[in-house]
Design a binder for this molecule. Structure first.
Ligand SMILES: NC(=O)c1ccc[n+]([C@@H]2O[C@H](COP(=O)([O-])OP(=O)(O)OC[C@H]3O[C@@H](n4cnc5c(N)ncnc54)[C@H](O)[C@@H]3O)[C@@H](O)[C@H]2O)c1
Length: 330
């Protein structure tokens, strides 16, 4: 028996399941025999794309609703064993242009989901996808979970607040919840229409189009980039780890790379595109937290997870996917 056979016949709700991470997660869960329901409102300019679940479309239920809708959520949480909460306003630039929407989706949406669980199903376990942005500017590297949280943008503030809500419902109402602070993730099924979030995938698009990859500033800022298959494995393992509930975990590789080195590597592997330095735009500069890479010792110890995919392998697999399905994402 593989460790994920526990998911066979389990009822799983994925909020934001038509997006990048949610659809990759749904595909894996279906593989292990889980009964997957997706709720997604196809928010414009985000990653929701029906093509993402093309291979499993007859094996999952899709509910086109909004996590802010209490009546929908009351109904959808009934009978569920696990809820992976990935519906979010993820666009960092939009979060500053339209902060009220960000607050409504990320905070109110999370609270509506938790209230739905409190009144309809306290046995479900919640896995919340938060962001490394919750830390803000790093004062110490690598960043562990005790690092101060001083978010630089509204997106990160609302994620941090949503995380705290999950933990409060865990402590007070006994609804088991675990919170992940996820680093920049890349790979197949990410939106490729614009560069307002998901910079890694945007670099890949530029390379595949044979265009200049814009690297802001001197390109020396360090980041920790995780391949989506590793993240999905991490989520599946975390959800099955009893001791993990009530806790917060960093999810990343712990291996830093600069934007300039990343862009060069992508050009080299794609065999097309070129690197070009650009001045930071004002919008970018405002929310740029600087260097980040994660200390992942807590998740390694408790969940026994660690990433497996090298950067080169991840880039190759991502390029292969988009070469094949370009028409669905460009
Ligand atoms: N991709 C990353 O690098 C990364 C890093 C850290 C955290 N996260 C978090 O993971 C989650 C998923 O991100 P993603 O990269 O898959 O983004 P994505 O844009 O591909 O997916 C988000 C999905 O949520 C849906 N959605 C948005 N608002 C909704 C609402 N009110 N009701 C129902 N559905 C709604 C969108 O339609 C979209 O399909 C987000 O919460 C994000 O903050 C992502």
């Amino acid at each position: 028996m593989t460790r994920f056979e526990t998911y066979k016949d389990k009822e799983v709700l994925i909020t934001g399941g038509l997006g990048f991470i949610g659809s990759n997660l749904a595909i894996e869960l279906v593989k292990y025999g889980a009964k997957v329901t997706i709720v997604d409102n196809m928010l414009p300019r985000q990653g929701g794309n029906l093509f993402n679940i093309k291979d499993i479309e007859d094996k999952v239920k899709v509910n086109f609703s909004d996590v802010r809708n209490q009546l929908s959520m009351n109904h959808l949480v009934k009978g569920k064993d696990f809820v992976f909460h990935l519906a979010g306003q993820v666009n960092h630039v939009d979060s500053m242009r339209n902060p009220i929407q960000d607050l409504e989706i990320n905070c109110l949406g999370t609270l509506v989901l938790l209230e739905a669980l409190r009144h309809n199903n306290r046995n479900a376990k919640v896995i919340f996808a938060g962001t490394r942005g919750e830390y803000g500017k790093s004062v110490k590297l690598p960043v562990d979970e005790n690092h101060p949280t001083n978010p630089k943008g509204i997106y990160a503030v609302t994620n941090l607040t949503a995380e705290k809500m999950v933990l409060v419902y865990h402590d007070i109402f006994g609804i088991k919840g675990v919170c992940l602070r996820i680093t920049n993730t890349y790979g197949p099924r990410h939106q490729m229409q614009h560069d307002e979030y998901g910079v890694f995938n945007w670099f890949i698009r530029k390379a595949l189009d044979g265009e200049a990859i814009p690297v802001f500033g001197d390109g020396k800022i360090l980041r920790d980039f995780l391949y989506v298959e590793d993240l999905v494995e991490c989520m599946l393992m975390t959800a099955l780890t009893e001791e993990a509930y009530g806790m917060v975990f960093n999810v990343g590789t712990g291996i830093p790379i600069s934007f300039i080195d990343l862009a060069k590597k992508i050009v080299e592997i794609a065999g097309s595109g070129r690197v070009e330095f650009r001045e930071f735009t004002k919008e970018r500069k405002e929310v740029e937290p600087g260097d980040y890479y994660a200390d992942i010792s807590r998740i390694k110890k408790i969940v026994k997870w660690e990433p497996k995919t090298s950067l080169e392998e991840g880039i190759k697999k991502t390029i292969e996917f988009y070469r094949k399905y370009k028409d669905q994402y460009w």
